[in-house]
Ligand binder design. Structure first.
Ligand SMILES: Cc1cc2nc3c(=O)[nH]c(=O)nc-3n(C[C@H](O)[C@H](O)[C@H](O)COP(=O)(O)OP(=O)(O)OC[C@H]3O[C@@H](n4cnc5c(N)ncnc54)[C@H](O)[C@@H]3O)c2cc1C
Length: 346
């Protein structure tokens, strides 16, 4: 007897949603992606893509083509230097067996979307209510940190909470070949290479939510930091700066409910200090798609929850801890010795 094609509704066409769509299509599912934005973004800052995420894409693709292209288009970050705010060295991270690749969000999304046939990615289309998706066997909520689906399924108690930090990020013209992160009391500043012959930068500052500010405020905040930081801040062009208050998810009791699975930031938004959020969204999506191709939906969702919840909730806690250590004001000499030693043995 011929079996009918199974159908997935994917709410949110960001990193997790596009990865899930591609992986499910490859295993024969019908897929519809509902994305509220009118198109894929054309500008954005760099994301560090760790080897585990590339491996997950390779496994999903079978041929490793997209991982190779991410590596080719991006910049391999083989070394990174940790500095104090005054430019003295805390430690160097090098000799990693495999290093992350730095690639801009638009370039990554384009690669993730490139195999999706026309008509399947519905732009400018907010995700319908789950109750309106009766025709679908599974619903994947990949609608990001402010997930409406998560709110509806789990209620306001599981809305992300402010981490105590805000981030600014952007890019300036010109190539840098080195990556550094500088730590000072209540703030950090990172400078990395990225694709497109540009230099990527990010700043995180301990501050209550709702504070605004642009390049002028950042120049003031980082006045007195070492010259490389001030040089990047001096070169910021108008309109090339993004500002976000940073939030993290409280631990959800489950990543699945009924026929709905949450992936990526909808399930486990985390502070960006370990650079893992997008990577974990990719791994969630490929894990879920593989399980859905092997098992009935309800079993696949339970297995997905078991495979992903504990690990990603641990990363939320670890990212928070790193943010605190990096922006500490007290015991910094001890911190720097410990971190310097850890970096040497990494
Ligand atoms: C400062 C900063 C630096 C970061 N650096 C890194 C890094 O180096 N490496 C890394 O791995 N991660 C990094 N991250 C984290 C990463 O950006 C996120 O974890 C990742 O984007 C999550 O992917 P996602 O698919 O869950 O959500 P998103 O990529 O946010 O996608 C969600 C999508 O859903 C859509 N959407 C939302 N609501 C609806 C709706 N109602 N209907 C339809 N569509 C909807 C949105 O338009 C969006 O396209 C960083 C984050 C920040 C803030």
């Amino acid at each position: 007897m011929a079996t009918s094609q199974r159908r997935a509704a994917i709410l949110g066409g960001g990193i997790g949603g596009l990865t899930a769509a591609d992986a499910l299509l490859r295993s024969g599912w019908h897929v519809d992606v509902f994305e509220r934005a009118p198109s894929l973004p054309t500008t954005g800052t760099a994301l560090g893509i760790w080897p585990e995420a590339l491996d997950a894409l390779t496994t999903a693709d079978g041929d490793g083509d997209r991982s190779r292209r991410i590596e080719k288009l991006g910049v391999l970050q083989e070394t990174a230097t940790l500095l104090r705010w005054d430019g003295t060295v805390i430690g160097r991270v090098d000799g990693l067996t495999r290093s992350p690749v730095l690639l801009s969000r638009p370039a990554l999304l384009e690669i993730l979307a490139e195999n999706l046939p026309p008509g399947l990615l519905h732009f400018a289309t907010p995700g319908p209510e789950v109750s309106e998706l009766e025709d679908y066997d599974v619903v994947i909520a990949s609608d990001g940190i402010n997930s409406a689906v998560r709110d509806r399924l789990f209620g306001p108690a599981y809305r992300p909470v402010h981490t105590g930090y805000a981030a600014w990020r952007g890019w300036v013209p010109g190539v840098t070949t080195t990556a550094s992160e500088s730590w000072g009391p209540g703030a950090l500043f990172g400078i990395t290479p990225r694709d497109g012959d540009l230099t990527n930068w990010f700043a995180a500052v301990r501050t209550p939510p709702g504070r605004t500010g642009g390049a002028a405020e950042l120049r003031e905040r980082y006045r007195g930091w070492h010259p490389a930081v001030r040089d990047v801040l001096d070169r910021i062009e108008p309109g090339r700066i993004l500002h976000h208050d940073l939030y993290e998810s409280p631990p959800l009791p489950a990543y699945v409910r009924g026929k709905v699975a949450l992936v990526g930031d909808a399930a486990h938004a985390m502070a960006p200090n370990l650079g893992r959020g997008a990577c974990e969204a990719i791994i969630d999506a490929t894990t879920l798609a593989a399980l859905l191709s092997e098992h009935p939906v309800s079993e696949a969702l339970q297995r997905y929850d078991r495979a992903r919840r504990r690990r990603t909730q641990r990363l939320v806690r670890a990212s928070r801890a790193v943010a605190r250590v990096a922006t500490a004001s007290r015991f910094t000499a001890l911190r720097d010795r410990l971190v310097g030693t850890a970096a040497r043995v990494a």
